[in-house]
Design a protein around this ligand. Sequence first.
Ligand SMILES: [Zn+2]
Length: 182
Amino acid sequence: MRPMPDWLKPSARVDLALVLARTRDVLRSDLGAPADLSAIAKFARRYGLFAAKDPDGFIALSRRPGLGRRLLALDAAPDEHVMPLGRLLGYPPCCCRAARRVGEDQLDVWAARPRRHIGRYRLIDVSSYDTGEALVSHIPCSAACRASLKIARTLAASDWSPTRFSSAKRLRSGRRGCRPLS
Ligand SMILES: [Zn+2]
């Protein structure tokens, strides 16, 4: 991927790649460094995307105008919204249901639980998501989630695949464990 602005966190680059590979329509992230909406919107336009930002420093980049604002409003709402938020973010229904069962306040603990990905399912290992080396940006419902694997394969086959992650050496290494996703 081209050089990225410092306000876009490495993890958000995975999300951006997934939007550009058309596996989903919108991403959400918090800012890695201060930036105003005009700079974010200028960056988004380069990729044919629309930008939104909320007062808490969360941003959304979307394929459709208004979608990012809708997402940020839903995320800021006080009521339980794991399922609709996950679906709006393009996460597989099985993974959204699993996240809802776990509960929003336990998601980080759930994500940090060690998982053993075998064979091709190493593609859905999100243990290095924070450093931008992942092919999915959600917490898969299991270490062998087929819907997540489909997303990972779509990104891997696209022009937007994170190159470092796609090295054979890395895939063979089979790292375990997950860091919390943002
Ligand atoms: Zn799943």
